[in-house]
Write a protein that binds this ligand. Structure first.
Ligand code: HSE
Length: 366
């Protein structure tokens, strides 16, 4: 079954996803009957292309690599250039919009408006942007349901590590009373290096050079990145609409060398822990550095790796460990949402009722 895709934003994640679609074309067809066709790419800096029958991924990647833009993409009959992101959503024949624009996490824009426009035009949306899921989850979720389309955002927490889908599908039936995790790779990498004797500044420089940190590392080191992720977990997993301002948030910038040494001397380690705890009808949420014992499930998570523990009444504590960022890993998070949208479309065509791909509520796919 053909699945038409429009990509908004052709940076690292957009290109990573396109590469995966190209490399796995045969496997996706054979294993899932999924014929993924990229019909449009629209990037505010690089330019925009649309062809209703599909663009050549090879050419897309080549021209962007060689020129940094899409303008040199070869002319072909039926090719439309210059559509902006909203025109691409409205006027293309895409079934699914992959929203990977550069979005301001504080406002969630332009990703929130892209989502609204896409749902109103009955397009599914897949994204790894945190802003819309942290700031506008109830409204966007309701709109997607009303318009009977699907919304995938697996990559918004821990990139391709299934921090959202795993508890919803495989831990269903449990009462999850607490979620705690290391949800920011930059700070975990820095804390690991600081334990090895590096200064805060040296560790941050290294994390930036390795590409872990956000463009403005304040978001990492002051805990805001983890804060958005814990709000998403509350919205999606605990079904509790938390606001950013409901979370106590402290980063690692005030931690001193002495405090790091003291933890080591006590057989403990510092971690930036993001936590949600159910208390009667309330949720207590925090992001802060904690000194934890070495037998804590999160104590041995070092470097840029992320981890999350769900405390379940039936299954007990379950810890998931994996990447929290990366071109291929985040590209995969888009792919797994796409595969699940495709599965739903297929089951609808075969006469079954569709499912929201993340929350499993009844939604019929376009
Ligand atoms: N800067 C983030 C991190 C990237 O260090 O985890 C993923 O959100």
């Amino acid at each position: 079954m053909k699945h038409h895709i429009a990509i908004l934003g052709f940076g690292v994640v957009g290109q990573g996803f396109a590469e995966i679609i190209q490399n796995k074309k045969r496997q996706l067809k054979e294993q899932f009957g999924l014929d993924a066709v990229i019909v449009a790419v629209s990037d505010v800096m690089k330019g925009s292309l649309y062809h209703p029958e599909g663009l050549s991924i090879e050419n897309l990647l080549k021209v962007v690599k060689e020129t940094g833009k899409l303008d040199a993409y070869p002319d072909q009959k039926g090719l439309v250039r210059g559509l902006n992101s909203f025109e691409t959503i409205r006027n293309s024949n895409a079934n699914t919009i992959v929203e990977v624009t550069f979005t301001d996490v504080k406002t969630g824009q332009p990703a929130i408006d892209h989502c609204k426009c896409a749902f109103e035009h009955r397009r599914n949306v897949i994204m790894s942007n945190k802003g819309p899921v942290a700031l506008a989850y109830p409204q966007l979720h309701a709109l997607a349901q009303k318009m009977q389309v699907q919304w995938g955002y697996e990559g918004s927490v821990m990139s391709g590590t299934p921090a959202l889908r795993m508890p919803i599908t495989s831990l269903a039936g449990n009462d999850i009373s607490e979620i705690q995790g290391i949800l920011n790779g930059t700070t975990n990498y820095m804390l690991t290096r600081m334990e090895q004797g590096f200064s805060y500044e040296e560790a941050l420089k290294e994390a930036q050079a390795l590409g872990y940190a956000e463009a403005d590392p304040t978001s990492d080191v002051e805990g805001f990145d983890a804060l958005y992720k814990i709000v998403i977990l509350s919205n999606v997993i605990l079904n509790y609409p938390l606001k950013i301002t409901d979370v106590q948030c402290q980063g690692i910038s005030h931690l001193t060398k002495n405090q790091i040494e003291q933890a080591k001397a006590e057989g403990k380690t510092w971690k930036l822990i993001a936590k949600l705890k159910k208390e009667e009808d309330n949720i207590i949420a925090s992001v802060k550095p904690e000194m934890i014992a070495l037998d804590h499930p999160l104590a041995n998570i070092t470097g840029a790796t992320n981890a999350i523990t769900y405390t379940c009444d039936l299954a007990g504590p379950i810890t998931l460990i994996g990447a929290g960022a990366g071109k291929v890993e985040t590209g995969f998070s888009i792919l797994i949402d796409l595969i699940n949208i495709h599965r739903t479309r297929k089951s609808v065509e075969e006469g079954a009722c569709g499912k929201d791909i993340i929350t499993e509520e009844n939604v019929v796919s376009r």
